[in-house]
Design a protein around this ligand. Sequence first.
Ligand code: TGC
Ligand code: FAD
Length: 390
Amino acid sequence: PDLFQAPDYYNLDDLLTDEHKMVRDAAREWVKRDVSPIIEEAAQDAKFPKSIINGLAEIGAFGPYIPEEYGGAGLDQISYGLIMQEIERGDSGVRSTASVQSSLVMYPIYKYGNEEQRKKYLPKLASGEWMGCFGLTEPDHGSNPGGMTTNFKDKGDHYLLNGAKLWISNSPFADVAVVWAKDENDRIHGLVVERGMEGFSTPETHNKWSLRASATGELIFDNVKVPKENLLPNKSGLGAPLGCLDSARFGIAWGTIGAAMDCYDTALRYAKERMQFGKPIAGFQLQQKKLAEMITEITKAQLLAWRLGVLRNEGKATSAQISMAKRNNVAMALNVAREARQILGAMGITGEYSIMRHMMNLESVITYEGTHDIHLLITGMDITGISAFK
Ligand code: TGC
Ligand code: FAD
């Protein structure tokens, strides 16, 4: 497994700059050295491996596109995508941690925060000294976050925050939480809530069969006094959290290619070595069909992600374009994982190979950051001009 070959069937490397390749190769090396050897056990034990936080910071996974003056890596969108691809080749849960830290915590502080907030939080988040989480989903409001009931009241010198968030990645160990809540006029704002504030707790959600190496939990606010300077002042309304999701969904569109590549690479090598009926199973037409369809779908997903990266570098990508890529590429990776698992026969269900772990992880990825259905309806809304949600 340590001889991972990234498929590049359409010579996409020709479209990458030297910097892109350098950033990708550094991330690939790190994943091979520091993630792959420990991740299976972490997933089996359902423990987030904190030992990888420093490495994630070193490869630029915390704030790849946040300017260097705030501790970010100052890279472009394609480098960001390539880092996510390499991390998710290791594990979707590790990529989740990086996605949340970068796109859902650092991005809103950078984009919607003031200068003091940027200086206070971003460098520590970029170095991994502080870890963050993003609280949008509630027990009764998942696909429809606009219906949230978490709220805060102006108490003169502070805000009083009440409510609860569920399914929050990184919550059990996060130092800071970017929390979306309604003010007294039902307007949504982002607030930075810090661990240690009275009335704030983060119980962990156990018994997941998916993303087991990523910690997931609740955020509970019981009359939490939040200092007024912790409100993100520069954007409000549902568009504020959704704007962060655009960035995270773009990262997922790239990341899932990594998971698919790892499944394909593993299945191809296994099929060439595994003998049945006197020949390698790769010689049977049914197995070739699976492998040929995998590489076709991976290649299409790579093209989608690369073009979207160019559009984002030019500031021209629409939210609907991002939805299409997130939806397509996650489903692609999940299908590749399911087919690859079959190629390995019984071996495919064990932790000796990464495929079953990828497959189970991708069941979360197809649900979070907007479900497969919701992204289809976003495309439907975009092409017809009629919202299926209203
Ligand atoms: P709608 O009326 O369409 O929009 C409300 C306002 O938001 C604006 N907007 C966006 N702005 C920026 N980026 C986007 N992608 C945007 N989409 C919409 C829109 O223009 C409007 O602005 P304004 O100024 O007119 O008010 O809202 P709706 O209530 O009808 O809902 C639309 C819907 C269903 C598409 C949306 O709510 C949605 O995307 N639902 C899915 C929820 C979701 O993705 N949750 C993710 C939670 S975080 C997470 O899962 C992290 S997992 C992390 C990990 O571990 O990697
Ligand atoms: P629901 O909204 O209840 O949907 C259930 C089903 O109904 C889905 O199949 C959906 O597609 C379908 N459905 C809903 N509405 C419609 C409609 N209008 N038309 C047709 N079908 C519809 N959230 C955060 O805020 N922060 C996080 O860090 C975070 N991390 C997560 C980590 C994990 C491991 C998981 C599993 C989830 C995480 N989430 C997080 C939550 C995630 O974003 C939500 O689970 C997701 O948005 C879906 O919400 P729901 O689970 O409540 O499903």
